[in-house]
Design a protein around this ligand. Sequence first.
Ligand code: SAM
Ligand code: SF4
Length: 429
Amino acid sequence: MNEYDSNRIFDSIKKIGYEKTENYEDANCYLLNTCHIRDKAKEKVYHEIGRVKKIFRSRKKPLVIIAGCVAQAENAEMLKREPYIDLVIGPQSYHKINDTILNFIKKKEKIEETEFDAVSKFEYLSKIKNKVSKVSSFLTIQEGCDKFCHFCVVPYTRGPEYSRPFKQILDEAKYLADNGSKEIILLGQNVNAYDNEGYRLSDLILNIEKLPEIKRVRYTTSHPKDMTEDLIEVYKTSKKLMPLVHLPVQSGSNKTLRSMNRKHTIEEYLTTFDKLKKINPKIEFSSDFIIGYPGEEDKDFKDTLNLIEKVKFINSFSFIFSPRPGTVAENLDLIDKKISIERLEKIQNILFQNQIQMNKSLENKIVDVLVENLTDDNSKAFGRSEYMTSIIFNGKKSDIGKIVKVRINESNRNTLFGEIITNLGQKVA
Ligand code: SAM
Ligand code: SF4
């Protein structure tokens, strides 16, 4: 989501004359878009500012802006602690960024903008075209969260759940399609909680896929509790929704889920899994896991391993619990760090093995690849499978934006390597 936000911030500040630069030293504005979800995020920001200070020691100081969730969480504190920072702007205030910058240039007034005003933000941004013309584009449809999982900072940094107007999203999707996007990834911290005047995520998927230019639709990140029947049903009716369901579970233990305030049980999670597999056995799952949550016992960890054994997630993120300021779990007793690390290593080994096996099973098979670009040295093409796996093959520039068939020759954990096939069975000369 920060990638989407950074691009939208840029679309906005372009209007007041800013351009992107690859060279730090050339910059007269330095904007750091931050994430607060785990670990020492705040310290990383101050460390980064230290680096910028060094670079600009003998140059004119750039305008320094901190955006994103650390800005939201720390607000005016940042201006006090680090005078090198000029503006602090939270994720629901980006519609004010141009005025804030212009005001600072004129009056040198340091400002912290951290109100939650998602409605105004999206109204403002919808008037500025989303200029990213990538083959695969993000499109934020929902922000914030009302679920208050005990470990998570999102409800405090992104604010309450907000769903963008249905039509506003369809307009942005159409604009992205007109500008070369072939895949749209619908984004939200709770993307499947999307609800605008009765329109749900399922309606968005079915409408966006009507755009002829769009070949693939994905969404992330969803909450198990919001996997409603209409969304499950879309896996039957949709022609372009990809068969990879990223459904974070965090833990396989009902006891841990309860103490995390996750609002669902493992049995309910597995019911969704069964329903989706029944609709389409090709559907695969990926997930997020938090390891070493306070109170996690060996038994709970084993439950997580059992769940992984059952679902065979093909690609997952796993993190050691990181206490976040202001959350319920912030002050709970941590479990022994050594145990957490051991458990993380164990779970990652298993998850990585699943990934390796899944990729290995594709060797000598033909997969559909949406070609995104050429590799850095222009010698090969890069694309993704239906399951989001990276594929490198002998494609060319004219393949970009197309879905091509690639025979997989080799694989490792993260990447598949292959050769393009024109007609089935016939390699390109
Ligand atoms: N809304 C999604 C859900 O409910 O599953 C998750 C979105 S959250 C922004 C992304 C992931 O960050 C979570 O799934 C969780 O695994 C991880 N995460 C959040 N807070 C964390 C914490 N305090 N420590 C470790 N991981 C955390
Ligand atoms: Fe955070 Fe997701 Fe829980 Fe919301 S539902 S509090 S975003 S983990």
